[in-house]
Design a protein around this ligand. Structure first.
Ligand SMILES: NC(=O)c1ccc[n+]([C@@H]2O[C@H](COP(=O)([O-])OP(=O)(O)OC[C@H]3O[C@@H](n4cnc5c(N)ncnc54)[C@H](OP(=O)(O)O)[C@@H]3O)[C@@H](O)[C@H]2O)c1
Length: 365
């Protein structure tokens, strides 16, 4: 069941003395916030994960904002994207030091600039994807990780698209670049990455077969570019893909579900096909031998991660330009189907893990 939540952010009630991990707390050097907008000022805070565990680990903690140093920028978040990656980090599947501020993508307004920052000014709308630190009303961030948001893209869309949209950008350009008219399989088609991928693949003339859990999600994926969508909770997706491709199989499977879909994903690949495993929403793939690739038809496998594809500033700029161009042209629409107050981040995590979300989810400070 898809849930849509819109809630006003409660006024910050700072818990005394608690310090978030990766936001430096400066004693008497608070940066003055430029009053550029008419929005109510938010007392700076972060939703800190105190330890690895369930969604109850989040705690609201006040922030004192240090002045940005050389090459840094202070931003006030206007929207923060939620990702399954955040769940892996919260649970400890991807080990981190706790307490920490999670959250890997966001959008906001520049409020102060450190020395030497070029190409940005106070009041600019910017977005980013970086590892950690986004679940906060404000943050300090390296200027070279920011991109300006184009006029046709809203802050919520940018916040929801930096990680998920740039992932689609590299998946379809660098992991396997499908040719016009080819048919590929994309697992979890109604999810955050999945709904962007369906539209992107359609825009480049590719027949994308999607999978999703339940009729409502299948309908949504079908309306977002997939030519066929299989309800993989109700049907055997291997048999369905073989039927739809007249027994040929597909040259590529993009799979972020992992454990549950892994064996079937290899089975639907044609000879020399590539298995692009880019996540594990159902659990880690452990039962894999390189010899499976020979048995499946001299297959290829890759396990990519976005951060390698945007490590260089020039790559970040190039990929973000392509993503924003797809969004500005209307070829890729960002479906922010769930909005939560930042202070309700625990609810957002519960919904994502319970498979209750579709498309993109954002937090509003
Ligand atoms: N490697 C990278 O660079 C990279 C970058 C971004 C995202 N990712 C990965 O891409 C995936 C999608 O990310 P997202 O943020 O857009 O999430 P999402 O797709 O919106 O949510 C995950 C979806 O996975 C499906 N799923 C299947 N089995 C599940 C299970 N046991 N528990 C929970 N969900 C299950 C659910 O869809 P159904 O109900 O339709 O089955 C669920 O909605 C994640 O695995 C994420 O880690 C990887």
């Amino acid at each position: 069941m898809v849930r849509k939540t819109t809630k006003k952010t409660a006024a910050a009630k700072p818990a005394k003395k608690a310090k978030p991990a990766n936001q430096k707390v400066a004693a008497k050097t608070s940066t003055k916030v430029a009053a550029k907008t008419t929005e109510k000022p938010v007392a700076p805070y972060a939703m800190v994960a105190e330890k690895a565990g369930g969604p109850s680990v989040f705690k609201k903690v006040p922030l004192e904002l240090p002045k940005p140093k050389k090459g840094e920028v202070l931003i006030r978040h206007t929207a923060i994207g939620i990702n399954f990656l955040d769940v892996y980090q919260r649970t400890g599947l991807y080990p981190l030091e706790f307490p920490t501020t999670l959250g890997n993508e966001g959008a906001g307004v520049v409020e102060a600039l450190g020395a030497g920052v070029k190409g940005l000014k106070v009041g600019d709308r910017v977005a980013y994807v970086v590892n950690g630190g986004a679940y906060a009303s404000h943050r300090i961030i390296a200027a070279d990780r920011l991109v300006k948001i184009p006029p046709k893209v809203s802050d919520a869309e940018a916040a929801a698209a930096m990680l998920k949209g740039l992932t689609v950008q590299y998946l379809v350009n660098d992991c396997y670049k499908p040719k016009k008219g080819e048919t590929v399989l994309f697992q979890a088609a109604a999810g955050g990455v999945g709904l962007i991928a369906g539209q992107w693949l359609k825009a480049i003339g590719v027949n994308a077969i999607g999978t999703a859990g339940g009729a409502a999600k299948c309908k949504l994926a079908k309306a977002s570019g997939y030519t066929q969508v299989i309800d993989y909770r109700a049907k055997d997706f291997v048999a369905e893909v073989k039927r739809l491709t007249k027994g040929k199989g597909v040259p590529a499977v993009y799979d972020s579900v992992g454990k549950d879909t892994f064996p079937g994903s290899l089975q639907v690949l044609r000879k020399f096909g590539i298995y692009v495993l880019f996540g594990q929403s159902s659990g880690v793939v452990t039962d894999f031998k390189l010899s499976d690739l020979a048995a499946g038809g001299s297959l290829f496998v890759t396990r990519p991660t976005l951060f390698h594809f945007i490590a260089e500033r020039t790559d970040l700029e190039r990929r973000a330009r392509q993503l924003f161009s797809m969004m500005s042209s209307g070829k890729v629409k960002i479906k922010v189907n769930q909005t939560f107050a930042l202070s309700d981040v625990a609810k957002a995590h519960k919904a994502l893990e319970a498979r209750q979300t579709t498309g993109q989810t954002v937090l509003i400070p």
